[in-house]
Design a protein around this ligand. Structure first.
Ligand code: KIV
Ligand code: ZN
Length: 509
């Protein structure tokens, strides 16, 4: 078995090169245009990430594009900087002017693309490939040759074309699945055939039209490819290119192959490209999506709190990729999640209070609200500040309010005051005023004496019309003054809760 064979398909000792095309194919995503400064910043970040090659652009496209490629090539990055060119001298000259490290020449090779784009015969494509590969090499540059639309090119002809480029001195041959129509088994066969036919390294460039970009790239590596062409956040023509993060993590965590990527920078790089491109990363995107390491359901969160591998891959952790694990509160939340989050801020509460908090979290999220940590902590403060059930003088049972532009705001309520059921209906200047008057009436009737309202403040904990409202109320009877809080997504309920809590405290003992 030759050294190359040993080193190939199933070997785990290989280091796979990462060729990033975010700035070239990625920028071809409809609607995306990076500024010079953004491209330079992304290039530096990709370099910090450890990519082997940065395809900086297509210099012949415009004066501006050429200036950008030139500028990135002069940055002194550790990554090799690559420029794209058709098999035309003027394109190659533009790359030469930019002093890139690698010139990537491409030519349509499939029948459909030859007939309808370049109108070149098979023979003409071969001749031009030979001549232009030589041209690049004679100018002292490294050369990558791509047979565009390779996966739809007649295999026999494709092999001849690659051999032609190899004979002319190409340093690396690229196999583009230009319209993303291949699948892993076909790619494995194709790359395997090319691998057996030539001696130079093979690169793979997969588009994601059927969502198979990453799977196809992995199959190519299995078949002997030593470089993968990928982009950040999978940006690229149409459905994009194989995603860098997913490809790298699959190569290392699943296949046990190495790359030069410092994976702890993956998340921040994805976020930078998200910001500059304006293309939002979906929450469910593998590895870098907001939910990639988030857990809400009681069983999952409980398992993960005890041992993360219960409901995470384990071979990949959030720390490895610079992300974070989140326990999310919602309608599926369980007691363990609430206890864990509260323990992080030093709150260790009795079971009865945790259950009360949990019930309120579920109520809040059932109304469609996203429950934030701040919401949880506010609810916890309210619940822990409440007078215990058996010491309460006043217990609110039912409250309804009516308001509108042609109505006088009216509230009616039912409460238990010192064990006795009481009802009241009141009007007010607004729904909160009406509800407060109704509570004051039932309390006043039962306990006598005057309770003065001294302080009343409303605060929204989080933004949005469904924000959790926190109300702080101060009440006074004689010389004694107490304050208490209420927190609900309904502002009237939060106000009444705060008032009742304050009264209970005032009358406690
Ligand atoms: O998809 C493609 O074929 C390309 C080539 C330029 C490599 O992007
Ligand atoms: Zn492409």
């Amino acid at each position: 078995m030759s050294e190359r064979e040993r080193d190939s398909a199933h070997g785990t000792s290989r280091t796979i090169e990462i060729f990033d095309t975010t700035l070239r194919d990625g920028e071809q995503t409809p609607g995306i245009s990076f500024s010079l400064e953004q491209k330079r910043t992304i290039a530096r970040q990709l370099d910090k990430l450890g990519v082997d090659v940065i395809e900086a652009g297509y210099p012949i496209a415009s004066k501006e594009e050429k200036a950008i490629v030139q500028s990135i090539a002069s940055e002194g990055l550790s990554a090799r900087v690559c420029g794209l060119a058709r098999v035309l001298t003027q394109d190659i000259d533009a790359c030469i002017d930019c002093e890139v490290d690698l010139i990537h020449i491409f030519v349509p090779s499939s029948r459909i693309q030859r007939d309808h784009t370049t109108h070149m015969s098979e023979e003409a494509v071969k001749e031009q490939t030979y001549a232009m590969t030589k041209y690049v090499k004679e100018h002292g540059f490294a050369c990558m040759f791509s047979a565009m639309d390779a996966t739809r090119t007649d295999l026999e002809y494709l092999l001849e074309l690659f051999k032609t480029a190899e004979a002319a001195g190409a340093d690396i041959l690229n196999v583009p699945d230009t319209v993303g129509v291949s699948e892993p088994f076909a790619i494995y066969e194709l790359v395997g055939a090319i691998y057996r036919a030539v001696r130079v390294p093979i690169s793979i460039h997969c588009h994601n039209d059927f969502g198979l970009g990453v799977a196809n790239s992995l199959a190519a590596v299995k078949a002997g490819a030593s470089q993968v062409q990928v982009s950040m956040n999978g940006l690229g023509e149409r459905a994009g290119n194989a995603d860098l993060v997913e490809t790298v993590m699959s190569l290392s965590a699943i296949y046990g192959l190495s790359t030069n990527i410092k994976t702890a920078y993956l998340f921040e790089t994805a976020k930078m490209v998200e910001r500059f491109s304006g293309v939002q990363i979906p929450i469910t995107k593998p590895i870098v999506g907001e939910n990639a390491f988030s857990h809400e359901s009681g069983i999952h969160a409980h398992g993960v709190i005890e041992k993360s591998e219960t409901f995470e891959p384990g071979i990949m952790t959030p720390e490895m990729v610079g992300h974070r694990r989140r326990i999310v509160l919602g309608k599926h939340t369980g007691r363990h999640s609430v206890e864990k989050k509260l323990s992080e801020i030093g709150m260790f509460l009795p079971r009865e209070q945790v259950d009360e908090i949990l019930e309120r979290v579920k109520e809040l999220s059932a109304g469609g609200k996203k429950v934030t940590d701040d919401d949880l902590f506010t609810i916890a403060e309210v619940v822990t500040g409440e007078v215990s059930k058996h010491e309460r003088v006043v217990e609110l049972k039912e409250l309804s309010v009516m308001t509108g532009n042609n109505l006088i705001p009216t509230a009616s309520l039912k409460a238990i005051v010192r064990g006795k059921e009481c009802c009241s209906a009141q009007m007010g200047v607004g729904p909160v005023d009406a509800a407060l008057k109704a509570v004051q009436e039932v309390i006043g009737d039962e306990i006598g004496g005057c309770i003065e309202l001294k302080d009343f403040r409303i605060e929204a904990i989080t933004g949005g019309s469904n924000a959790l409202a926190e109300v702080i109320v101060g009440v006074k009877k004689g010389d004694r003054m107490v304050t208490a809080r209420g927190a609900r997504d309904d502002i009237v309920m939060a106000s009444i809760e705060a008032y009742v809590n304050a009264v209970n405290r005032l009358l406690q003992g």
